[in-house]
Design a protein around this ligand. Structure first.
Ligand code: ATP
Length: 320
């Protein structure tokens, strides 16, 4: 910027983006390209990541983790370089934006890291939206969704939010008009699971049993019906996650977390995505709150949440 144009004016755009629970997750066989086709119902829940993107006079992308993060991040591996999904999202946006500047991304982590809730994906979705606003890129939601899919299968959903059916790698999304609220308690583990390793474990378990999985045909309409009516009892009967047995194989304590949740009053429980976060279904917001309290008393980290909630959205835009 030249002297006549005045001092560089930094601006901060802050965006929040939700984590997700897979209410159902059917996983097909290993494909020749190394991926698996899935059929899943995604539910965006009220546990949010936040990204504050600040324009900088110095070119380039920097990343930091906010001290306001509510997770215990001691010993947790979050890359701050080009391997961070938020960094990758900013780099992709810089490529397509005429007026890109340098940017600093400060991430407030609330979604468990490597927890199966798409926390890194939420950071990427939030960063896409923040940089789009910061650099006046003017991309449509479709264009942003396209970039999101390049970053990872779960990124488009964090942008979209709500309830959606995901096919293909999970990134071919159809929004589902299921707006009734369901209440959940999320139980975090103090370790993470690698998503690729959980998929590999599922393949190994299936091979050992001589089981050939079918290509997922679609999702059970009963799941969408239950989500449309907010009928938690009906939903509890159709929750399904093909990855759950693989997550439990790698982390057997998940079985006792699920058992404890149910013995303390959850209607049903399911491992979220590749885990190890467990999602427990509750009858009401108050039932979720008291279940979370009980779990806390048993020494577990638990949060009462609800879904569906909207996808990534701007919460402030400030000239500094
Ligand atoms: P998914 O459910 O989409 O498979 P996840 O929620 O299980 O993902 P993430 O928290 O997104 O897992 O992160 C998985 C790994 O990715 C982490 O262990 C970390 O090394 C790396 N990573 C890259 N970017 C981020 C980020 N912004 N936040 C957290 N981890 C990140």
């Amino acid at each position: 910027m030249n002297a006549r144009a005045g001092r560089f004016a930094a601006r901060t755009v802050r965006v929040k983006a939700p984590g997700k629970v897979n209410v159902s997750l059917d996983v097909g066989p290993l494909r020749p390209d190394g991926y698996h086709s899935v059929a899943s119902v995604y539910l965006a829940v009220s546990l949010y990541e936040e990204v504050a993107a600040t324009s900088t006079e110095t070119p380039g992308i920097t990343v930091s983790i906010s001290p306001d993060s509510t997770l215990d991040l001691d010993g947790v591996d979050i890359p701050l370089d080009g391997n961070n999904l938020a960094y990758k999202a900013a780099a992709i946006m810089a490529d397509v934006s005429e007026h890109a500047t340098g940017v600093h991304l400060e991430i407030t982590k609330r979604v468990p890291v490597a927890g199966g809730m798409g926390g890194g994906s939420a950071d990427a979705a939030a960063t896409l939206l923040a940089c789009d606003a910061l650099w006046n890129s003017g991309l449509s939601r479709e264009e942003l969704a396209h970039l999101a899919a390049e970053l990872g299968a779960d990124v488009p959903f964090s942008l979209l939010g709500g309830t959606a059916v995901g096919l293909g790698l999970g990134d071919e999304l159809s929004p589902a008009l299921a707006k009734a609220q369901t209440d959940w308690v999320l139980v975090a583990a103090d370790y993470g699971l690698s998503t690729p390793e959980v998929f590999r474990t599922l393949d190994r378990l299936r091979d050992a049993e001589g089981l050939v999985a079918a290509e997922p045909a679609g999702v059970d309409p009963k799941i969408l019906q239950a989500l449309r009516s907010g009928d938690a009892e009906a939903l509890s009967r159709v929750l399904v996650n093909d990855l759950q047995r693989a997550s439990i194989e790698l982390a057997p304590d998940l079985r006792s977390t699920l058992g404890m949740g149910e013995s303390l009053g959850a209607i049903a429980g399911i491992v979220s995505g590749s885990g190890p976060t467990v999602a427990l279904l509750a009858h009401s917001p108050t039932a979720a709150e008291s279940l979370a309290e009980d779990l806390l008393h048993h020494g577990l980290t638990a949060w009462a949440v609800h879904g569906p909630v909207p996808g990534a959205r701007i919460i402030s835009d400030t000239l500094l």
